[in-house]
Design a protein around this ligand. Structure first.
Ligand code: ZN
Length: 383
C-alpha cells in the first residue's frame, strides 16, 4: 500500500501536469517533463490516464530532433463542465463553464421575495435545462459551486446564517441528493476573492483584499496566495467595522458600520438624505448623475469618501499588494477611477505606501459567479 505522502505527491503531480496541459495549447511529453522537472515515466503514466479519461488527446506528430517523432497533445477544455450559482436576495445567476473557466451558458432570474426552497427547485430545473441544451450529461458535470451572502460551513454544506436572505441553518446536502452531483458552498466575498486569485486582478499577488459591494459589504482576504477565512470562517467582516457615530442601525445589531456608508443601499440612502427624493436602484441614481444633478454629484463625492476611508483602514491593517473593489457598482465606478486615484493621492499618509494599489475588478460583476464555478475544479487542478 502506498503511504499518504506518496499519494499526495501523485495527486500534486497529476494536478501540475493537467494545469500545464491547460496552459499550453499543444505540448509534448519531453517538454512537459522538463518544464515541471518530473521524470518522463511520471509524465507518461499521467498522460496515459488523462487520455483514458478523455481530458487530453493526441493532436499530431512534431518534427523529430533526432530519433522517433514525438506525439503532440492538447487539452480538451470542453470535456467536462462545472456549474456556478450566485444567490443574492433579489437575483440568482447561474453559469455553465468549461475546464478553462470559459462561460458556455448563463441564466438568471429575479426574486421579489426570497424563498430558499423555491430557489432550490428553480436551480434544479435550470441545471437540467442548461446541461441538456448544451449537450452535456450529468456525468459530464464535475459539480456545482454556490456563492452565498452569509456565514457558511463548507465542510458540512450548511449555510449557517444569511441575514440579507433571512435564512438560518440551511442544509445544501438536500440539493446534492436531488441533483445527484457534488455541491460546494462558499461565502460570496471569499469565493469572489478566490476568482480574483485564479482568474482576475490578484492572479500574481500573494496578499490582496476583495471588497464586495452589493446590498451589503463583505470582504475576502487573500494571504500567501490563499483565501484566509479566519478561525471561525468569519474573517473579512470589514463591512461591520465602525467608522461613524451616527446612530444608523445595521443588520448586525450595531450602528455606524462601514456598509451603512459604502454599500449600494448606502449610496441610495445618502442621495435620499441630500435630495429628499427616493431612488430605488443604482442605475436610476447614475442616470441622475449623468443628467448633471448637482445633488447626485455631491452624493457620489460623499459616498466615495466613505468607501475610501474603509479601503484605507484595510490597507493600514493588512498591507495588501492590492485592494480590489467588486460588485455591480463597479460598472458605474469605472469612469471615476481618476477621482479615486486623486483621493488616495491626497490622503495618503506615510503609513500608507502608494505600492498598496486599489483597482476595480475586471471580473465584476461576475467575480462570485465565476468563483463558484471554480469550486468543483479545485480537486482536479489543485489550485
Ligand atoms: Zn454592522
Amino acid at each position: 500500500m502506498e503511504s499518504l505522502d506518496q499519494s499526495i505527491i501523485k495527486s500534486l503531480n497529476r494536478s501540475r501536469i493537467l494545469r500545464a496541459f491547460r496552459e499550453n495549447e499543444i505540448i509534448q511529453k519531453k517538454e512537459l517533463a522538463d518544464a515541471l522537472r518530473l521524470s518522463i515515466t511520471t509524465v507518461t503514466t499521467n498522460t496515459n490516464q488523462l487520455l483514458d479519461e478523455g481530458l487530453i488527446e493526441e493532436t499530431g506528430i512534431a518534427e523529430s530532433t533526432g530519433g522517433r517523432k514525438p506525439v503532440v497533445f492538447q487539452f480538451l477544455k470542453n470535456a467536462k463542465v462545472t456549474l456556478g450559482v450566485d444567490i443574492s436576495p433579489h437575483q440568482v445567476k447561474m453559469i455553465l463553464s468549461n475546464l478553462s473557466s470559459e462561460v458556455i451558458d448563463v441564466v438568471s432570474w429575479r426574486n421579489d421575495v426570497f424563498d430558499m426552497d423555491k430557489t432550490i427547485e428553480k436551480i434544479e430545473v435550470e441545471t437540467k435545462r442548461l446541461l441538456q441544451s448544451n449537450h452535456y450529461s450529468l456525468e459530464d458535470c464535475l459539480g456545482m459551486g454556490l456563492s452565498l451572502p452569509g456565514l457558511v460551513d463548507a465542510d458540512s454544506n450548511r449555510l449557517i446564517h444569511a441575514p440579507n436572505l433571512a435564512v438560518k441553518d440551511y442544509d445544501f446536502s438536500k440539493l446534492q441528493a436531488r441533483l445527484g452531483m457534488k455541491i460546494f458552498i462558499e461565502n460570496e466575498a471569499n469565493v469572489a476573492a478566490f476568482a480574483e486569485l485564479i482568474l482576475g486582478a490578484a492572479e500574481n499577488n500573494n496578499n490582496a483584499v476583495y471588497v464586495s459591494i452589493t446590498e451589503g459589504v463583505g470582504c475576502g482576504i487573500i494571504s500567501d496566495h490563499k483565501v484566509a477565512k479566519g478561525t471561525y470562517n468569519k474573517a473579512g467582516e470589514f463591512g461591520h467595522m465602525r467608522i461613524s457615530d451616527r446612530p444608523l442601525a445595521c443588520s448586525c445589531g450595531r450602528s455606524g458600520c462601514w456598509e451603512l456608508f459604502s454599500s449600494e443601499r448606502a449610496l441610495l440612502r445618502i442621495y435620499e438624505e441630500k435630495s429628499g427624493v427616493k431612488v430605488d436602484a443604482i442605475e436610476a441614481f447614475f442616470e441622475k448623475y449623468h443628467e448633471g444633478s448637482s445633488v447626485a454629484m455631491d452624493t457620489l463625492k460623499t459616498y466615495l469618501d466613505y468607501l475610501l476611508v474603509g479601503v484605507e483602514n484595510i490597507m493600514l491593517g493588512l498591507d495588501p499588494e492590492v485592494v480590489i473593489i467588486g460588485g455591480d457598482i463597479v460598472r458605474y465606478l469605472r469612469e471615476f477611477e481618476p477621482m479615486i486615484e486623486a483621493y488616495l493621492e491626497q490622503n495618503h499618509t506615510n503609513l500608507l505606501s502608494r505600492d498598496n494599489k486599489l483597482v476595480l475588478s475586471s471580473l465584476a460583476p461576475q467575480s462570485a459567479l465565476l468563483g463558484a464555478a471554480l469550486l468543483p475544479l479545485v480537486e482536479m487542478f489543485g489550485y
